[in-house]
Write a protein that binds this ligand. Structure first.
Ligand code: FES
Length: 915
């Protein structure tokens, strides 16, 4: 244990009140504010000054509280977001953030609003450039920043009028859970544990692959007064395995003899915070032996490569396959063929909230509060590792500060649950940014080989895709990626002769998992950029080429699935035509007069099947009315910023015929809400939305039946009454007369929806999804050919969402997806051990995302609630290929490896003969 000087008292003014705290020497201001002063609205995203989430005002100036020593604020004034609640500037700003949809998950919002308040106090009507300068140090991973810019610039203007009506489906009402986000009161994973709670520290592997031997742990523990417990694999009450896919539960909670990726835990230490702060984990009794590791696909599949899992020959975890017609014969008969190999790297989710949670025992039940996208999956996983039944485990999710797929997997949950069980005391665990980046799942690196043929009149013929995906040390969602890629590899086009195969290959890298698109974005980069090359060879305009080949109703997909309605890709492409024509002409005119700077305009399309692939995928929604007239919706779908709380409530309210604002929400809690499945695969609006629609309709039917009213009757909820107004009669149901059920409801309904799908056969033929959503993006870029820098100038995004339940949230998803796609295309590359932080791993800042115009297409889907289709993944898929096509249009250079960094583009330009 290290000796530390005693803490001294720091007196300062916090949010207008004189405050004393006793931080340890060197303690961060962020920690003192959160743990000693209860200011949990100060969020911690990186502890390195990279993300700005912890921004507070010190004497009116914005600073990163994580970089400010606590003692430095002695005698000074500190303001956090909560302290600004009576500030007229901040009040206007919070109204504007809400009205513009500028907060999605909300984890960045306190820092954004504090930094903006400082700006608006000095510059009440800032220009966009001033906004970009003021907020350049605060990262947001959800919104794409455009709505934040609008909210700031219009903070002084009269508020947008709230949409009239009942807030039903089709209305752009502000998110229902927005108030806590803009007030800083939303509690995320690390915000719920009381100060002083026992902390968990993880001991993780220092190498990609290591053998290890644990030493005398009991002696070490005895030598460190205050350490409550040390946990290892020997302490697991159940199986030392977890995973998300049935049959692929291969990840240990604690490695047993060998670690398979850097950071993999071998032990956990439980200690009070003042003790935990003094421990030097380098002295923990473990002996490491570095072993030969395979960190890429080529090495992992080479003869003699170490096998990560003995039952998976050649490190190949799984292979996905789809074939129809005869791709080879069609390629041979094609008038024009293009062929290329592509490579994409690991991409990190980089949500601003690192994984965190809190657990305790409630009687014989272990209760886990943690940020998650899948509470019931978490409970299932804990059942396995704890060896307990579901009635002994309760998951109460916290707010989620961004997920994008990685929070579908368990992270902190098993350590929290085991430590709570072992010690019998409340415990907390928050990953550091480095731990989050080392241990969380990633977007799969890919190696793709495509050959695509077309007839000379521009019709697609043979199509061959071979893909290998680096799935890392454990399965996670790798099987889903391997299966989704062949299904989606064609893009939304009609192709008779198709063959696609995708393999997941294990390496000694962090597990690759789910990340907005499950491999489809990587495949779309290859397919959509090769389409441009094919169009050029054919002498066809890229947009016209896509329109010639766009999938139409009645044409089979490559899986043989035939949609008789709702295929909106053609409408998306058509919607881009005016911008395409104008922007291409403008770029060509610009380029004729410039030699160094070049403009380019690219287009790309995408599709995505909503929900699980050919697997059961149900969601259940429950609702009830209490005798006092309170209407309650048990909504178990995780809202990770995308808007599920709002959209699902709107759909329920629409079906019931009651204003949306009358509904009281009970959010996800495995003891209180039925299983609404996981928030992934663009399924919540579609699947849980349908369950909500059915529940609303069932409750409405029960009410109407009670008074024998017709289907068009209107309902009004009152104190203890329901007024039912039929065409010629009015009825009153006195709720106080009705018996209540065990939940206290006098009327209620529970409904389940499961999308109709069918299994795929050995050739991938079947009905993988009940619906697809469609999209096409247009990107305009400016390139400095001497420097290789790429500046996106604008995007236009056309999305077929079937029916826009909430158009404002649709725009939010599109803008956020485009920002992530931009990052994937131009800057993001996770390298294990080298980019485990947010200054070496770059994500788009507010200055990187240009204006985005969203065109909403509504080609209704017969299965969607009121025709709605899913949207989450679709918003990202076309962005990167549209950018790569724009780069090629500007420079003539085709880049086949992402990200297209300035160095990579400059090298390619040089090779192509540019100065
Ligand atoms: Fe900004 Fe989620 S809303 S990080």
């Amino acid at each position: 244990m290290m000796d530390r000087p005693l803490s001294t008292t720091t007196d300062f003014t916090l949010n207008g009140a004189l405050t004393s705290a006793s931080p340890q020497p060197g303690e961060r201001l962020s920690r003192m504010l959160r743990e000693r002063c209860g200011a949990r609205e100060v969020k911690v995203g990186c502890d390195a000054g990279d993300c700005g989430a912890c921004t507070v005002l010190v004497d009116g100036a914005p600073v990163c509280a994580c970089l400010t020593p606590a003692h430095q604020v002695a005698g000074r004034r500190v303001d956090t977001l909560r302290g600004l609640s009576n500030d007229p500037v901040a009040e206007r700003l919070s109204d504007s953030f809400l009205a513009h949809g500028a907060a999605q998950c909300g984890i960045c919002t306190p820092g954004m609003m504090v930094a903006t308040t400082a700006l608006l106090r000095e510059t009440p009507e800032p220009t966009e450039t001033q906004v970009l300068d003021a907020l350049g140090g605060v990262l947001c991973r959800c919104t794409g920043y455009r709505k934040i810019i609008q909210a700031v610039m219009r903070a002084g203007a009269p508020l947008l009028a709230a949409p009239a009506g009942d807030g039903h489906s089709g209305t752009a009402i502000p998110r229902l859970d927005g108030a806590g986000k803009v007030a800083g009161t939303e509690a995320y994973g690390d915000d719920v544990a009381p100060a002083g709670t026992l902390e968990i520290l993880l001991v993780g592997a220092p190498y990609p692959r290591a053998g290890f031997t644990l030493g005398d742990i009991e002696s070490w523990r005895s030598a460190h007064a205050g350490v409550v417990s040390v946990l290892t694999a020997a302490d697991l009450p159940g199986r030392n395995r977890f995973g998300v896919m049935p049959g692929f539960e291969d990840q240990p909670v604690f490695a047993e003899t060998e670690t398979r990726f850097r950071g993999e835990p071998v032990a956990a230490i439980v200690a009070p915070p003042e003790v935990a702060a003094t421990l030097d984990l380098a002295l923990f009794p473990v002996t490491w032996t570095r072993l030969d590791a395979v960190e890429n696909i080529a090495d992992a599949t080479a003869p003699g490569a170490p096998q990560l899992h003995p039952d998976r020959a050649g490190n190949v975890m799984v292979t996905g396959f789809v074939a129809c017609g005869d791709a080879e014969a069609a390629l041979a008969a094609s008038g024009v063929v293009v062929e290329a190999r592509y490579a994409t790297p690991f991409v990190e989710h980089a949500y601003i909230e690192p994984e965190a949670g809190y657990a305790y025992l409630d009687g014989d039940k272990v209760v886990v509060h943690a940020c998650t996208q899948a509470p019931v999956l978490d409970r299932d996983g804990l059942q396995m590792v704890l060896g307990l039944g579901p009635d002994r485990i309760r998951i109460i999710p916290t707010g989620v500060g961004g997920g994008f797929g990685a929070k579908l997997d368990m992270s902190v949950q098993p350590y929290l649950a085991i430590a709570a069980l072992k010690t019998g005391q409340p415990v907390r665990l928050a990953y550091s940014r480095v731990q989050s980046m080392q241990m969380s799942t990633k977007r799969h690196p890919s190696e793709l080989h495509l050959r695509i043929g077309a007839s000379t009149d521009g019709r697609l013929k043979g199509f061959s895709l071979q893909g290998r995906f680096n799935t890392g040390a454990y399965a996670s969602w790798g099987p889903t990626v391997a299966n989704r890629v062949p299904v989606h590899g064609s893009g939304p086009y009609f192709i008779r002769d198709y063959r696609a195969e995708a393999q997941g290959v294990h390496t000694h890298c962090p597990p690759s998992g789910a990340f907005r698109g499950f491999g489809v974005p990587q495949a779309a980069i290859a397919q959509e950029t090769l389409f441009d090359e094919l169009a050029e060879k054919l002498g066809l305009d890229p947009l016209e080429f896509r329109l010639i080949n766009a999938l139409a109703t009645g044409q089979p997909t490559v899986c043989g699935q035939v949609f008789t309605q709702g295929v909106g890709i053609r409408a998306c492409l058509q919607a881009l035509k005016p911008d395409w024509t104008r922007e291409r002409a403008a770029a060509e005119a610009f380029n004729a007069g410039n030699t160094v700077l070049k403009h380019g305009v690219g287009i790309a399309a995408g599709w995505y099947g909503c929900g699980n692939t050919s697997l059961p995928n149900p969601s259940t929604i429950k609702c009830g009315i209490r005798a006092d007239g309170t209407l309650v919706l048990h909504q178990g779908a995780m809202d990770i910023g995308q808007g599920a709380n709002t959209v699902i409530t709107q759909l329920f309210a629409t079906a019931l015929g009651i204003p949306t604002h009358r509904i009281e929400l009970i959010g996800p809690d495995t003891d209180l809400t039925p299983d609404a499945g996981k928030t992934s695969a663009s399924r919540q609006t579609f699947v849980t939305g349908n369950a909500a629609r059915l529940a609303g309709a069932a409750l409405r039917a029960a009410i109407l039946t009670r008074v024998n009213a017709g289907p068009e009757a209107t309902l009004t909820l009152d104190q203890g009454r329901i007024h039912v107004t039929d065409t010629d009669r009015a009825h009153v149901i006195d709720l106080t007369d009705l018996p209540a059920d065990a939940d206290g409801y006098v009327l209620g309904a529970t409904e389940t929806y499961d999308p109709p799908t069918k299994p795929l056969d050995k050739n991938g033929q079947g009905v993988p999804y009940a619906q697809f959503g469609y999209a096409a993006h247009l990107a305009v870029v400016e390139i400095d050919t001497r420097l290789g820098t790429i500046r996106p100038l604008r995007f236009t995004a056309a999305h077929d969402v079937g029916h826009a339940v909430n158009p404002a949230l649709v725009e939010g998803q599109v803008e956020g997806g485009i920002a992530q796609g931009l990052g994937m295309a131009l800057m993001e590359e996770y390298i294990p051990g080298r980019t485990d932080n947010l200054h070496d791993y770059l994500i788009p800042t507010i200055g990187d995302v240009p204006p985005i115009e969203t065109l909403i297409i509504e080609d209704p889907d017969e299965h969607g609630p009121y025709g709605a289709k899913g949207l989450g993944e679709h918003a990202l898929i076309p962005t990167a290929p549209a950018l790569l096509n724009a780069i090629r249009h500007a420079t003539g250079v085709a880049i086949r490896q992402t990200p297209v960094t300035p160095a990579r583009l400059r090298a390619a330009l040089k090779e192509a003969g540019h100065d």
